[in-house]
Design a protein around this ligand. Sequence first.
Ligand SMILES: Nc1ncnc2c1ncn2[C@@H]1O[C@H](COP(=O)(O)OP(=O)(O)OP(=O)(O)O)[C@@H](O)[C@H]1O
Ligand SMILES: [Mg+2]
Length: 586
Amino acid sequence: MGRNWFDLFIPENLREDVRKVFHSVMGQKDTLGFLNFENEILGKSGQVFNVAWSNVLTKDVEGNVVDVTCLGVDLTERRRSEDKLRKSEIKYRTMMEAIKDPVYICSEDFIIQYMNQAMIDRVGRDATGELCYQALHRFDRKCRWCKYGETFQAGHAEKNIFSPLDKSSFNVSTTVFVNESGSLSKLSVFRDTTELIELQKRLQQAQKMEAIGNLAGGIAHDFNNILFPIIGMSEMLMEDLSSGSLEYKYAHAIYKAGHRAKELVAQILAFSRQSDQKKMPIRFQDILEEVLKLCRATIPANIKIEHKIQRNCGFIMGNATQLHQVGMNLITNAYHAVQEKNGKIIVALEEIKIDRTNLTDTGIHSGKYLLFTVSDDGTGMTDKVKNKIFEPYFTTKEQGKGTGLGLAVVYGIVKEYGGEIEVQTQIGSGTIFSVYLPLMSQSENQGAAEIKTEIKMGHEHILLVDDDAAVANLEQQILERLGYQITMRTGSLDAVEVFRSNPDAFDIVITDMTMPNMTGDQLAEKILSIKPDIPIVICTGFSERINKEQAEAIGVKGFLMKPVVKSDFASMVRKVLDDAKSENKG
Ligand SMILES: Nc1ncnc2c1ncn2[C@@H]1O[C@H](COP(=O)(O)OP(=O)(O)OP(=O)(O)O)[C@@H](O)[C@H]1O
Ligand SMILES: [Mg+2]
């Protein structure tokens, strides 16, 4: 008692302020001083209390202040819990804001009460106070997937949704909680599953691809046997008919359709990597010439096809069928892009040198390349389409028109050759596909033979064996036209008998691989046991797994892949016969 109140109870840093307030209270006209004035005071042992003051002045008749009664209420505990609550609120808010998944809270009547930053970013603004279905998905009524009542009853729900706002898929997990006031709210967390779903789709596609591959392998043999006479017979008809006649046109149409079917089988097989794609030094310009001929024959004349082919380009390591596919696919796509507006396609091939000064961003190394470009002034592509064109099964064509395998095949081949493919496109103006294929160095291609297209003839006697009579007949006709003398058998046992009866009458045996009773290699072994130096050629279909090393070890001299084209037939038979002759001489 008797000591200065300010010095005893008020913390030093507040003394001046509190003194001022106290003086203004004392100077008041009214006897009721400030209510609710709050300040910190010090306890006996120096601890700090928060106190709210109510002050009452006592005045004498002249109005002089006699004394002041200060009633303090201790708010320390309340302040402490408020502070705790504030800190906890900051903690949870920070957590919510840190969550990368969009989160929001809404009331029972669909009003958004909170959105975290990720949700604000997704929606483009803080839509607190707005209706959830409008702000989040731009619907004008409650979302059709919203199991509102059920969620509030069960307390938790999960659903997969597709939001039209940004065409994304989400897994939404919703939890109900009770507010302080007793009302209910629900907190929903959106997990973006767009990529996951895309991955699942791709996995399904991969499985579909595998299934197609297996199926294709399975039917390819039979299918090629069917195609063989279609292509071969129509080819022969075309040779026999005068090129201006209607019949010639019909035969040509059959030939073209047969070719298209053959390519389709090759395409599917190439994609499922079931075909035998041996690489050798090759001149792309020769293949491109064939491709252009075929394209000119199939693409209507109102579409201009210009070509700038450098004739003396060097060799690349490649496979004729695959390179044919690269050319055909790119030109066919260009044709489809210009079809509507009678546009123009430019096909170019040149040798280029890439060094440090002209490196493209495609990631190819410096060196010599073949640059093959197909440009069109057609539809062009949006960025979204451009980003997907190399994916298998991606097509913008209507169902049944495109498989979406074309560019996937091209991409696979180009990459396999150590090359690159680049696309420049502008919607409405057109597209340029640039394919870079590494050229062989001079020393590498020294031994590379020119592709000879000259058809080689002969007169020797051939024993021809194939269990499919249509195929056998066609092969016989092709070989007879090449000048050979043919004995044909459709049964393997029968063939062995014919051979055994007069082995020296035959110069070469050409046999199918898959036959009842005896396979081609078994037949070869039998024949060789009768006459060890007779050359044998085996024809195989795509799906027939023949062990070439083993067949070569027993003495088989050559292999042909069905359907056999006349020129392949001619050169293989000639080569094997000539080799056998020079061996016999030596
Ligand atoms: N030159 C081009 N101009 C415009 N769009 C193109 C061009 N080339 C390809 N595309 C787009 O790329 C998609 C995929 O092409 P791709 O060749 O892989 O399949 P497709 O042509 O649709 O079918 P197919 O398997 O019969 O070739 C096409 O559907 C088309 O949308
Ligand atoms: Mg295509």
